[in-house]
Design a protein. Structure first.
Length: 370
């Protein structure tokens, strides 16, 4: 059987390490893929989209439990690498997966963070309570193969406690580990990537031993872009009636008494910054700060280890400069966003929204790429 045209293209290697280059880390939209301007143009024989996996390739389910998005980033990165190895891949938040279906899975990968002093993320609490039930049979997950990559900070006493306990509990229920447990450490000089890079190399080696590639396929090289995760439609701002609301404008502040309510990313409480002091020396490379917020009249209570979500805003002049450089009109409105496939989690971005507001409030295009 002849090789797929993807592999016979003169500028594509037959195999390569998987290296993803995320462009931005935003609050809602995690990645925007960018092609280097020096990339050679595809030949006539090169397909413009990735064909589906060959028949018989297994499904890999990636379940993430995240507080700040790191565990989700890891799950999505592993899924992209899985698609390059011709696996069928799905990524889901662990609270969106019915735990009673776990015994029916064949291969599942968990990426989970440890929060506070050894607590599971909020999205994992119901799942964790269920699998810790004493009445579960010791061989109830005997048909399941699994892998666990935990994310934590070794400066805490219960470092990666959630990942360690999940790995142990799955083994107690009869599940078979695909590889050793991964323990990502924020204290590593490369962050959790210091462990992830080593762990995923071993993970893919063992998985490809279990599920070898067909003779007609090789690993899809990183020079070939995977299909886009989302498609969207646009229209002119002038064609909309009524006008678009300003994002995060209908929020409570400390200027007036407010009732206790369920604050969220789309409806936050605007807390005034009352103190912002630098703790590190001015000639030190790291800028560590002590920040205090005024939560009066919010009804918000918190404990040590809780996470506060900061909603930043990009400078309008830089947003205008970026859109101008890309040749995009800032008053162009995204009227609809659709996931490319059913297994992709919809974006938590209100539509319709102008490109200017999208890049101002949702896309972090100024951070250093991972």
């Amino acid at each position: 059987t002849p090789l797929h045209p993807l592999y016979s293209s003169p500028f594509l290697p037959s195999s390569a390490a998987d290296v993803e280059c995320p462009f931005s880390r935003g609050i809602s939209l995690k990645r925007v893929r960018v092609v280097a301007m020096s990339s050679p143009a595809p030949s006539a024989s090169t397909p413009t989209t990735l064909p589906p996996p060959p028949p018989g390739r297994p499904l890999l389910l990636f379940l993430y439990a995240s507080e700040t998005g790191n565990a989700r980033d890891v799950a999505e990165e592993l899924a992209r690498e899985g698609r390059r190895r011709w696996f069928r891949c799905q990524v889901k938040s662990i609270d969106a997966f019915p735990v009673t279906q776990l015994p029916r899975l064949k291969d599942v990968v968990f990426t989970c963070s440890t929060t506070g002093e050894g607590q599971v993320p909020v999205s994992m609490q119901a799942f964790w309570r269920f699998i810790r039930r004493r009445n579960l049979a010791s061989r109830s997950l005997s048909a399941v193969s699994f892998a666990v990559f935990g994310l934590g900070d070794s400066s805490y006493l219960k470092y990666n406690f959630v990942g360690k306990m999940l790995y142990k509990r799955l083994e107690q229920l009869g599940a078979t580990p695909l590889t050793r447990r991964g323990d990502g450490n924020d204290r590593h000089r490369h962050g959790y990537y210091g462990e992830l890079t080593v762990w995923k190399t071993d993970f893919w080696r063992k998985l490809l031993t279990k599920y070898p590639l067909p003779l007609t396929h090789t690993i899809v090289p990183p020079t070939f872009l995977l299909p886009p995760r989302f498609t969207f439609s646009t229209q002119k701002l002038s064609s909309l009636s009524p006008p678009l609301p300003v994002p995060f404008s209908s929020t409570s502040t400390t200027d007036a008494a407010t009732e206790m309510r369920n604050y969220s990313q789309q409806s936050p409480f605007l807390a005034r910054v009352t103190k912002n002091e630098r703790l590190t020396a001015l000639n030190w490379q790291q800028d560590v700060r002590h920040v205090e917020f005024d939560f009066r009249n919010s009804g918000i209570s918190y404990s040590p280890g809780d996470v506060i979500t900061i909603l930043p805003r990009n400078p309008p002049l830089l947003v205008k400069a970026l859109l101008s450089r890309l040749g995009w009109e800032e008053d162009l409105v995204i009227s609809d966003v659709c996931p490319f496939s059913d297994d992709i989690t919809p974006l938590d971005i209100p539509v319709p929204i102008s490109l200017f507001d999208l890049f101002t409030y949702y896309l972090d295009f100024l951070s250093v790429p991972r």
